[in-house]
Design a protein around this ligand. Structure first.
Ligand SMILES: [Zn+2]
Ligand SMILES: [Zn+2]
Length: 644
């Protein structure tokens, strides 16, 4: 082609680029990569003709992805400089950062991370260009002659790693190469702010029969400020870690004897859970749901009919065989609710039927993915199934949106991020059913005026779903609520109702868990509140701190009065000093602490200390009780102020 290629920008601008010049020469300094005709490319790309171009900035999501990926290359290059002969496997970008897996004769310790970082900074200072090369398979095998993991990728034609059947794409800085699809920042000098964060073991290809490699994690950002901001968030998250607070507040534990991912709730956790469960159950009853109960085990035939043995077996605890029957522990509650529906002949007048259960299920999550209460193997879902006529679907789903928003507002979560997920690879039911169910969910979202985005291929195996994500107090996003529309299970179980026309019809099923599971939601709440629960959720609401033993009796009398009013008091009977007792109350995040000494015994008043350490003296005890009872009853998010 003759003449200069013309580059068109999305804002309408056009630039003539001299023949043979890289596209980067026409862009602002801020760009680290570019979209050419919609495809992500290196700045060094020479356009073959006229093209639509869009610069990619390091601060955008795409830009950060490229930046983090490029930083992973530099990490591996640095490790090879420090440990000649190191074998490097793969190193993708991840949320907030990147990792790289290494096979080393002598693994690193945490104390080695600064030295690796220093070697990385040297490579950054050298400002080495990332040079893209297309090699034949033979050339590539030659290039990586002493890198067995790279050779395995090339031999496996792993296209996601750049190893296609025809050519293998390689990125080289200086003499160091990596297999890669790209694109990358133009040179190592364009790497942003980064920090290596941790080490872990990881099996090659995630396969426990393969070799255990050493994974080095890091975080990378476009600017130093963004990096510092992220590190502050991490520090804050660590302080709020629900596993740590769970121990400190004596809420729950994971005894080794139970196996991974199975928790026991201690008395304080038990009260917290009761509060949560009562709230959810009562609200559901008030919204026309009916409570049901189902067992934890059922014969395999049930799971065969539901499709679980076919599509969900990996997530189930192994089968149990006894007396020529086989059983599974339940991974879901749905089939039980179907059987409750089918216990009678149903007519259109019975619909919608909203069956609700705090149903405990067990899922064989991989040990490596378990994370305290946030990801456990035994969980209790606030699980309901709405069985209804097709013409009731949109209305029912909208009702569920309303209930979801109401519940989350109670905990101080606002502005959900909503996603509509479509058919995944592993699925039951035909295309028409999927399209229909997806449209119903979309219609409900449209009518409700809620903003949402699409997540292609992320649905459940039996139907598309809507997820509600909420931001917690430190800005982290949690996926919590799931609502699924399902035409498949009614079909498989041959569910029916008699219509107004006296004909038999098939109902539709909505699966929905609003909190998700009580375990996960509790974990999120603990981190969201940093353990300082609103009064109605607090295991302990008022702590009495007697100054001396002679005040103990009075403290117990007061606690008795509080208990009469339905409050949860606690008397510190230890023989510690008042200062230490107050410190203990703070560690337990006690909402109110009342110090009881001679003055209080004589006057009958109390001095009230809240969580912020505000102290108000001379509050009449009955007034105090009345006001905090109001606070608990109203599920207030803020503490009562007693000062004038
Ligand atoms: Zn790469
Ligand atoms: Zn279900």
């Amino acid at each position: 082609m003759l003449g200069m290629p013309s580059l068109r920008f999305s804002d309408g601008r056009a630039i003539e680029l001299p023949q043979g010049e890289p596209v980067g020469s026409a862009l602002d300094d801020g760009a680290i990569a570019v979209r050419v005709g919609g495809e992500l490319r290196d700045l060094s790309t020479v356009p073959e003709g006229d093209a639509d171009v869009e610069p990619v900035d390091a601060t955008t999501e795409e830009g950060l992805h490229i930046l983090r990926h490029s930083t992973a290359h530099v990490l591996a290059q640095a490790v090879c400089r420090l440990k000649p002969g190191a074998k490097y496997a793969i190193g993708p970008p991840i949320e907030n950062g990147f990792y790289y897996d290494f096979d080393l004769d002598e693994p690193f310790g945490a104390e080695d991370l600064p030295a690796i970082e220093a070697a990385m900074r040297e490579i950054v200072a050298e400002d080495l260009p990332f040079v893209r090369e297309e090699l034949s398979r033979e050339e590539a095998l030659e290039r990586f002659a002493d890198q067995p993991y790279k050779r395995e990728i090339i031999e496996g034609l792993d296209e996601s790693e750049g190893a296609g059947a025809e050519t293998v794409s390689v990125y080289r800085n200086d003499g160091w190469s990596d297999l890669c699809l790209g694109p990358h920042v133009p040179s190592t000098g364009r790497i942003g702010a980064f920090k290596l964060t941790s080490l872990a073991g990881a099996y090659w290809r995630g396969d426990e029969h393969r070799r255990m490699l050493q994974r080095v994690y890091g975080t990378a950002w476009a600017t130093e400020e963004a990096l510092q901001e992220h590190l502050r968030r991490l520090e804050e998250a660590e302080k709020r870690d629900h596993r740590k607070l769970g121990r400190q507040l004596d809420l729950f534990s994971f005894p080794e004897e139970l196996g991974p991912g199975l928790a026991v709730w201690h008395p304080r956790g038990g009260v917290f859970r009761k509060q949560l469960e009562d709230y959810v159950r009562d609200l559901h009853l008030a919204r026309g749901y009916e409570l049901v109960v189902s067992p934890h085990v059922a014969r395999s035939i049930l799971w065969e009919t539901s499709g679980h043995t076919e599509k969900y077996l990996e997530n189930m605890f192994p089968r149990m065989d006894r007396d020529e029957a086989s059983y599974f522990v339940k991974p879901m509650n749905c089939p039980f609710h179907v059987l409750i529906y089918q216990s009678q002949t149903r007519s259109y007048r019975d619909l919608p039927m909203r069956l609700s259960e705090l149903g405990t299920v067990y899922r064989y999550e991989r040990v490596g993915t378990l994370h305290g209460l946030l990801r456990a193997r035994g969980i209790t879902q606030d699980d309901s199934h709405v069985i209804c006529r097709e013409d009731q679907l949109v209305q029912e789903i909208r009702g569920i949106f309303g209930l979801t928003l109401e519940i989350y507002r109670t905990f101080g979560f606002e502005s959900p991020v909503i996603q509509l997920s479509t058919k995944p690879g592993m699925a039951i039911g035909d295309e028409t059913m999927w399209a229909h169910a997806t449209n119903v969910l979309r219609e409900a979202l449209d009518e409700s005026g809620l903003e949402f985005s699409m997540a292609e291929g992320e649905g459940a195996f039996y139907g598309p779903k809507i997820d509600f994500h909420f931001h917690d107090a430190i800005g982290r996003l949690w996926q919590l609520t799931t609502i699924q529309c399902d035409f498949a299970l009614p079909e498989r179980f041959e569910m029916e109702y008699a219509g107004e026309d006296n004909e038999r019809h098939r109902p539709v099923m909505i699966h929905r868990a609003l909190l998700g599971s009580l375990e996960r939601f509790s974990g999120v709440l603990i981190e969201h509140y940093a353990g300082a629960f609103p009064l109605w959720l607090s295991p302990e609401q008022v702590r009495f701190v007697p100054v001396a033993d002679r005040h103990l009796e009075h403290a117990h009398r007061m606690a008795g009065r509080a208990r009469e009013l339905g409050l949860r008091p606690y008397v510190d009977e230890s023989s510690e000093t008042v200062g230490k007792k107050i410190r203990a109350a703070q560690l337990m995040k006690a909402p109110y602490t009342l110090v009881i000494g001679d003055r209080e015994v004589d006057s009958g008043d109390v001095s009230v200390r809240d969580r912020q350490g505000n102290e108000t003296r001379g509050v009449a005890f009955e007034t105090f009780l009345e006001r905090i009872r109001e606070e608990a009853d109203s599920k207030a998010l803020e503490q009562t102020r007693f000062a004038d």
